[in-house]
Write a protein that binds this ligand. Structure first.
Ligand code: HEM
Length: 527
């Protein structure tokens, strides 16, 4: 059972800010001051800031009368409020199968968990030292990182005004150029490092913002908050892609199309990383690197680009009978869509829905474009590839700019394990569909793409979808292809996006504020 101690009453007021150490008016002790010039910190600069007295009661804010003593005191109280781990027994045996909510202790004074007493010394850089308690600003809307440079002076990355952006600094009229020209060096160095690795697959893509709107409550089937009530809207970012071509390859090549949706739900991000074909080439993740190597350009001369008309691919396919179903789709006009607006999407794998009572059902996810599903024919596709390599990218962008927002209906095939047992095929096999004659698709909501990204690199290129990103109320099935994907995405993104903190890149940050004890790593921003 969860044990919760009553939290101590705080010296609190509504905004919580007055919980912070109060001003110390003792003369001669000032090592920092607030706006009004009041001292805010300790009496003595020689006192350690890393620990308080060994025994509770030896010191108190009242007796010492300063902010550091108050911090010691409240830290002691916080530790004393959880003298042992009352939940420990629940981590073992049968009980561990039903994890309980953990203990919660509220500090009597925010200074107990604050990092420094000088937080309240304001400047234009640090701000007023009044962070909103309990919030994580990385989850604020993208506006927090939108930059408006109109009417501004050109500066370096350090904010230093640039006098001359056209000529390097020279010793004399004709040089040589001086090494100390930090403006030239900064400009060139940044340019030198502009490129990041492209995605190992799905390198070529285009994306848009929008929202998902739920038609009716699905509480009976799932605890997922985005399906909790009719009309509920959840922001999304959707990236459509080809699979094999490089980042600059043509849009209308014959290929599978990616259809990846990031739902920024109020219980964290759910990424439904799907394709426009309902099945896949293989059943087991072990074969994925071999499949992709076979389909990518041949290693000795890097031909062909964005296509699979070559020996390595057909060697693979001819030895892999389970790929036949997928190949029939790939060789149909489905693999040369007319537009991203006219493309279906599929989760491909069997997933699970889990409701509040813990009841689980299998589910297959479907996207259906409201504009209908349309394809090019081969002659059109070939011609367009030459005339306008950006045909799909342009089409998506221009449709949204002109207010013709692409819409897709979201549908689910929901079935029980007992039903699945009776099917003549395995629902954990991604080379098979679940026929709609057996399990009809139930429409559950619609998605509208109503806003173009502002910066292709910051949003479309740096977005990181991951098959492992699910939310409460959804779960994986034992599909062995899905298991490989759960590992692969985050793993590849660590090198593609340069370290383990890419969840802090604004386009990837959830709107549900993250709070945990992970720390450090390349490009850490949270303070
Ligand atoms: C074991 C099988 C698979 C593995 C190991 C795998 C791995 C990957 C990797 C490494 C990426 C690049 C991610 C990045 O750099 O951000 C990727 C992208 C993608 N994969 Fe898979 N994949 C597999 C199967 C599938 C399947 C079955 C689907 C469709 C249901 C799929 C859909 C996608 C999509 C849509 C993207 C592009 C996401 C974006 O727009 O950024 N993949 N995959």
């Amino acid at each position: 059972m969860t044990t919760r101690k009553k939290s101590r009453s705080t010296r609190s007021t509504k905004d919580g800010l007055k919980n912070r150490p109060g001003p110390n008016r003792t003369a001669g002790n000032r090592i920092g001051s607030d706006d009004s010039g009041n001292a805010t910190v300790s009496k003595s600069s020689s006192r350690s800031t890393v620990s308080g007295p060994a025994h509770r009661g030896e010191s108190s804010a009242e007796s010492a009368g300063d902010a550091l003593a108050a911090k010691f005191d409240s830290t002691q109280k916080l530790a004393a409020d959880m003298p042992y781990n009352a939940n420990k027994a629940l981590e073992h045996g049968e009980l561990s199968m039903q994890p309980q909510e953990g203990q919660r202790i509220t500090a009597s004074d925010p200074s107990a968990t604050g990092s420094t007493l000088t937080e309240t010394n304001p400047s234009n850089k640090t701000g007023a030292g009044k962070p909103q308690l309990g919030t994580n600003p990385s989850s604020l809307p993208l506006d927090r990182v939108r930059v408006d440079s109109s009417g501004q002076t050109l500066t370096t990355n350090q904010g230093v005004p640039v006098a001359d952006n056209q000529n390097s600094l020279k010793a004399g009229y004709r040089g040589p150029v001086l090494l100390q020209d930090f403006i030239l060096r900064e400009k060139i160095t940044h340019f030198d490092h502009e490129r990041i690795p492209e995605r190992i697959v799905h390198a070529r893509g285009s994306a848009a913002h929008g929202f998902f709107e739920c038609y009716d409550s699905l509480k009976k089937y799932t605890a997922a908050s985005l399906f909790a009530e009719a009309g509920k809207r959840t922001p999304v970012f959707v990236r459509f892609s080809t699979v094999i071509g490089e980042r600059g390859s043509a849009d209308t090549v014959r290929d599978v199309r990616g259809f990846a949706v990031k739902f920024y739900t109020d219980q964290g991000n759910w990424d439904l990383v799907g394709n426009n074909i309902p099945v896949f080439f293989i059943q087991d993740a072990m074969k994925f690197p071999d499949l992709v190597h076979a389909a990518k350009p041949e290693p000795h001369f890097a031909v062909p680009q964005a296509s699979t008309a070559h020996d390595t691919f057909w060697d693979f396919i001819s030895l892999m009978p389970e790929s036949t179903h997928m190949m029939l789709w790939v060789m149909s006009d489905r693999a040369i869509p007319r537009s991203f607006r006219m493309m279906q999407g599929f989760g491909v794998h069997t997933f699970r829905l889990v409701n509040d009572d813990g009841d689980s059902r299998f589910v297959k996810f479907h996207w259906n474009p409201m504009a209908g599903t349309h394809s090019l024919d081969w002659d059109e596709a070939v011609k367009i590839s030459g005339a306008d390599a950006d045909f799909h990218r342009r089409d998506l962008w221009e449709a949204i700019e002109s207010g013709a927002y692409p819409e897709y209906e979201f549908g689910m095939q929901i079935f029980t394990e007992e039903q699945a047992e009776k099917f003549s095929f395995d629902v954990l096999d991604a080379t098979k569909i679940v026929p709609e004659e057996l399990v009809p698709v139930t429409p559950v909501g619609k998605m509208v793409l109503n806003r173009n990204p502002d910066n292709f690199f910051a949003e479309t290129e740096q977005v990181a979808f991951c098959a492992a990103h699910i939310v409460p109320g959804l779960d994986f099935s034992n599909d062995p292809l899905l298991a490989g994907r759960i590992h692969s995405y985050q793993d590849t993104q660590i090198s593609r996006l340069g370290g383990p903190n890419f969840h802090e890149i604004p386009i990837n940050a959830p709107v549900a504020p993250p709070h945990n004890n992970q720390r450090d790593g390349m490009h850490r921003q949270a303070i």
